[in-house]
Design a protein around this ligand. Structure first.
Ligand code: GLP
Length: 239
């Protein structure tokens, strides 16, 4: 079941997303939250962190796992997911030891994905999974393909992904992405998908009105029993 909620603007969408996360911690204080990087959830994370200042005790047991990473980018690289999530969430919440991330700079990317997959098999499933929508329908780096991978894996990146603002200006583009797999996302107890901006309009339309297909990985979310899709007016207006 996909529940669609439309808010007027990015700010209202972000406030609703932060509230969604806080509501989940209230019911499950030790929840494992999966966090996407990218521009869409930035303000939601900021508001989430503000909640932690008001009610710090609520965040004592929270656990986090990163959704994906650019292969070859280290935690010190401002374009990496690690850099963003550490700066926006992990550091302000002061929770380094309860955060699992892909090390994009690991010598063996597949071994690094195996490490994440092994951790998730022991500490999962994800309770609350925060996702952004790629303009090509990707979730994390589960890129459109004839088949999709269930668990954490290394994957070639689509051309549209390499045009993403996080890596667009890099001289040496990442050759691969590392990502949780579709089964990891579909096994999450609850999913929050955030969609903002008119450039996401066509992808939102494909998600809501298109077929269920691995050529558009986000469409597989229709198989999940509890997806909340929050979008802003400019994404929705393009429908
Ligand atoms: C990126 C990342 C995802 C992100 C998505 C949307 O390539 N791999 O984790 O959710 O694409 O990004 P944005 O929110 O910046 O549009």
């Amino acid at each position: 079941m996909m529940k669609l909620i439309v808010h007027d603007d990015y700010e209202a969408m972000s406030a609703a997303a932060a509230q969604w996360l806080v509501d989940r911690i209230r019911t499950r204080p030790a929840m494992l939250a999966c966090l996407a990087a990218g521009s869409t959830p930035t303000r939601a994370y900021e508001l989430f962190v503000e909640w932690s200042r008001r009610t710090p005790e609520l965040f004592d047991e929270l656990r986090l796992i990163a959704l994906d990473e650019w292969g070859g980018l280290s935690a010190e690289d401002p374009g990496s997911c690690q850099f963003q999530l550490r700066r926006e969430v992990v550091a302000p919440l002061g929770m380094n030891e309860r955060f699992l991330e892909f090390d994009g700079d690991a010598p063996n990317l597949q071994a690094e994905c195996d490490r994440v997959a092994d951790w998730l098999s022991r500490h999962g499933p994800i309770d609350a999974c925060v996702l952004g929508l790629g303009i090509n329908g990707h979730l994390g780096f589960n890129e459109p393909a004839d088949s999709l991978q269930p668990h954490a894996h290394v994957t070639p990146l689509a051309a549209t992904s390499l045009g993403h603002a996080m890596v667009r200006d890099l001289a040496a583009k990442p050759a691969f992405g590392m990502t949780l797999g579709m089964a990891d996302l579909l096994n999450a107890r609850e999913v929050l998908l955030l969609v903002s901006g008119q450039q996401k309009g066509p992808a939102l339309r494909a998600l809501l009105h298109g077929p269920l297909t691995t050529a558009f990985p986000a469409s597989l979310l229709h198989l999940h029993s509890s997806v909340t899709l929050i979008c802003d007016g400019s994404a929705y207006a393009a429908l």
